[in-house]
Design a protein around this ligand. Sequence first.
Ligand code: ATP
Length: 338
Amino acid sequence: MKKITVIPGDGIGKEVMDAGINILDGLNLNFDFIEAEAGFFCFEKNGTTLPEETIKYCEKSSATLFGAITSTPNEKSPILELRKKLDVFANLRPVKSFDGIKSLFNNLDFLIIRENTEGLYSQIESFEEDENKAIANRVITKKASTKICDFAFKKAIEDNRKKITCVHKANALKKTDGIFKESFYKIANSYSNKYPQIIANDYYIDAMAMYLITKPQEFDVVVTTNLFGDILSDEGAGLVGGLGLSPSANIGDKNGLFEPVHGSAPDIAGKQIANPIAMILSISMMLDFLNEKYFSNLIELAVRNVLKDNKVLTPDLGGKSKTMDLANAIKNELKNLI
Ligand code: ATP
């Protein structure tokens, strides 16, 4: 039996997690769910946003499902801490369009791979009171850059993708992004003899922000540093129907952590109108990681069919349905497909 740690978190995190678990309950999988705490309410209750117990559960599990958390003013972000503790160095954020959903372009299918452990999210910040100055350190190492670029090539080969674009700002951030760009081309060279069909190129982040809007069909795999990846993937979500449809996977050598790209959305929390699809597709990514490829593909197909049908939609997609209505429609479609 596989152990899955479930961290609903705060706000709509709880609502979309309930919907996601409802889908998993409909499948005949031998999973044992362990619920764990993290986030704002956890801080109010336990005085910490990320209890040691939660980290231990995640470390011992086959995978972790994470809903969303609300930030606390002074504490370190628990999701950043958890990604670090589990050493899930690769953050995968697919950008795919769906039939029936308004999007800027049809037939988009690319994957953003974001370095997950360093960069501007290293959380090394200081404040110098005398000068009223705050400093954030942007740590980029050759080791982590090489590891994420190598992961991107392996993933491209596995998924039969044909192009990898490295995104950086090495003209301005000469030292940090200099390392990232150099590591990318070193890795690209090491794969070029055996996989000559994979094209490697690079863009500056500012140009990339524009190209994602003007020619997104050009992209297949995008590999980039932590903050750039975060921003580009929200832009990617905007291209294909919004945050409610955007899943993500955090993958390491030993662990996997799966979460929607969106946050806890306090503005709609408690109203049961959050779109559960980002969470449900994150579960599909978890099943792929756990080698349950049949169910992983089936969930994505069920989501696609329900969206194409265009009858049960939450307000972010222009409908009036509630979170659980949409989850149940997907669950019923799954039953039809099995
Ligand atoms: P964070 O800083 O953690 O990203 P946030 O509240 O700034 O949190 P999100 O929670 O990601 O940002 O969401 C931004 C907005 O997008 C929300 O205010 C909400 O209106 C909308 N949104 C996000 N997720 C969903 C969802 N699953 N369903 C419907 N609307 C959503």
